[in-house]
Ligand binder design. Structure first.
Ligand code: ASP
Length: 339
């Protein structure tokens, strides 16, 4: 019989309204189980690991990502797949981080949660949880159908490092406009086999050195030299720069000089677009030509969540800026498409 490990970190799925404060607060996993008697009927053995401290995912952090990665490593040989219950707010960050930390993954790691608590009458939690388990145990010829870190939400399975939370009130909380969905649940569970990644090597590796040595420079017309200078001189090694359109920035000399100085001082700057759909094309416009020439890294069509966590992952693994730049521009886990 298949064995699935459910890891419960928190999120709305396991929350209840506090009668006193009227705010949503986390409950324990036994109370979740009571709401889903259907779990007993699944043709698989469910193991559960509940975090000691159940959190709203706004309190998520890289230490907990490491704990998750280690739990997966420690249980890897004993189970067929993992389902991680997590708040939707930062789920795309955690899924992206884990995708980089787990190299040559051959088993499903499916994140899910919900917009309404599992005890609510109109909850989306039950469908999300039951189908996430179905996907985690789905196999063909004894191999996992989706050996990837994914997010399952509202009938759709997304590659974790391609998705982001785009809606805080609809059940359809996530989107992945730059990459097709990996599976859709309806009357049948339909897998998009051509879009699902398979590990290229057998050796499963868990990387747990992450460095949160990152700052973000989000551009807007009228941004002042003082603001840009402050961000670029922060005591960090990596800057994620959110640019306009296809990766463009102002060509004002003061701006170009500040970027050049930052790169010369050993910082790595990664260019991703503020647009949610499409890709960075360094050098297509005059307004990105100098960026390319000075050595800004091309983030192609990466999500903000993938860019931040990939930067943390690479800064944790490597010291040399040129190596980090090269790997930022390389497709490591299906997080970007080189155009
Ligand atoms: N604030 C919640 C969280 O991210 C929202 C959710 O679970 O959907 O933990």
């Amino acid at each position: 019989m298949n064995q699935i490990l459910i890891i419960y970190t928190g999120g709305t799925i396991g929350m209840m309204t506090d009668p006193k404060t009227k705010a949503l607060k986390p409950i324990n996993f036994e109370q979740i189980m009571e709401n889903v008697p259907e779990l007993e009927k699944l043709n698989c053995k469910i193991l559960v690991h509940s975090f000691e401290q159940i959190i709203d995912s706004s309190n998520m952090n890289p230490e907990i990502w490491c704990e998750l990665a280690h739990l997966i490593r420690d249980n890897y040989d004993n189970v067929d797949g993992f389902v991680i219950l997590h708040g939707s707010d930062t789920m795309a960050f955690t899924a992206s981080a884990l995708s980089f930390m787990l190299e040559n993954l051959a088993k499903p790691v499916i994140f899910t949660g919900s917009q309404l608590p599992i005890s609510a009458i109109r909850t989306d939690a039950k469908e999300n949880l039951m189908t996430a388990i179905e996907i985690a145990k789905a196999k063909k010829h004894d191999r996992a159908r989706v050996p990837e870190v994914c997010i399952y939400f509202d009938y759709k399975l997304f590659r974790g490092n391609r998705a982001f939370k785009y809606n805080s009130s609809k059940f359809e909380a996530f989107r992945s406009p730059n990459y097709p969905i990996l599976a859709e649940s309806g009357v049948h569970l339909k897998f998009s086999l051509n879009d699902i990644r398979q590990p290229t090597e057998d050796h499963f590796i868990v990387h747990s050195d992450l460095a949160n040595d990152v700052a973000v420079l989000k551009l807007y017309p009228g941004i002042s030299p003082k603001v840009v200078e402050n961000i670029l001189s922060a005591d960090v090694r990596g800057i994620v720069m959110e640019t306009f359109g296809a990766g463009n920035t102002t060509t004002d000399q003061w701006f170009i000089d500040l970027l050049k100085n930052a790169i010369n001082s050993g910082k790595v700057i990664l260019d991703i677009s503020q647009c949610k759909v499409g890709t960075v094309e360094l050098g297509r416009y005059e307004t990105s030509k100098e960026l390319k020439d000075m050595g800004v890294a091309n983030g192609y069509d990466m999500t903000y969540e993938a860019a931040i966590t990939k930067m943390m992952y690479l800064l944790g693994q490597y010291k040399e800026p040129a190596v980090i730049k090269e790997l930022l521009e390389t497709d490591l886990r299906g997080e970007l498409t080189i155009s």
